[in-house]
Design a protein around this ligand. Structure first.
Ligand code: DX5
Ligand code: ZN
Length: 221
């Protein structure tokens, strides 16, 4: 599995298809969908309709990152739209184990996301029952933000905890990822990299994907 998960949040939707065709030739496996409800975060992005359209047109697997206040309401619609992975935020109050079960019962991989200021303790109890943890390295809501440097330490600490608990969950990072910080993040223990601006704004996507992958031995996850 290619560890790069391009986020389409910041793209110009009028040339999305051309960009995605370039990702196909660059052997990208997953596309990351930043779903925003205008309540959990200020901005509104897109819904399950876009996921369905992408599934019908491309071979990519879809990783939906739900930045929504009511993930219990949104999850069934994204499962029905055909997404493959679904993460929701640990900051939304609600029944985390129940939501993880809802996602898995829908034959999707289940992920738990946490904001840069959320204590790691909040996800510690779930490390053995999630498929991945999404560590936000920016505050959610917008693409193109600056990487928060303390995220490196958080990734390293979380990875240690995952190893201590003998968990198989993967560690995904999202926000301000570029070819300079991808290597150190990989070293700190990150497995999967959500990349928006650095990829979509690249002059040559294929070249940039290669530069990213040169930063990390592409372990066959
Ligand atoms: C924030 C989004 C972004 C996006 C990545 O809510 O989750 O982090 O995926 O965007 P870039 O790579 O532009 O920071
Ligand atoms: Zn995201």
């Amino acid at each position: 599995m290619n560890p790069l998960f391009p986020s389409i949040l910041s793209t110009n939707f009028f040339n999305l298809e051309a960009k995605l065709r370039e990702f196909e030739t660059s052997r990208i496996d997953f596309i990351h969908l930043d779903v925003m409800d205008g309540h959990f975060v200020d901005t509104i992005s897109f819904g399950p309709g876009l996921a369905r359209a992408l599934k019908e047109k491309f071979r990519f697997r879809l990783d939906a990152h739900l930045m929504v206040s009511n993930p219990d309401k949104a999850i069934p619609h994204f499962i029905k739209a055909g997404v493959d992975w679904l993460s929701f935020h640990s900051e939304t109050c609600g029944d985390t184990p129940g939501l993880l079960k809802m996602i898995r019962d829908g034959n999707c991989r289940a992920g738990l996301a946490l904001n840069p200021d959320t204590p790691l303790e909040q996800v510690r109890p779930f490390l053995s029952v999630v498929d991945y943890i999404l560590v936000m390295s920016v505050f959610p809501g917008y693409g193109g933000q600056k990487f928060i440097a303390s995220s490196l330490e958080r990734v390293a600490l979380l990875k240690k905890e995952i190893i201590n608990q003998k968990s198989h969950c993967l560690l995904q990072v999202d926000g301000g990822i570029n070819v300079d910080n991808a290597g150190p993040l990989k070293e700190a223990g990150a497995d999967l990299f959500v990349v928006g601006t650095s990829l979509f704004n690249a002059d040559n996507i294929e070249e940039t994907v290669k530069r990213f992958l040169n930063q990390m031995p592409w372990s066959q996850l």
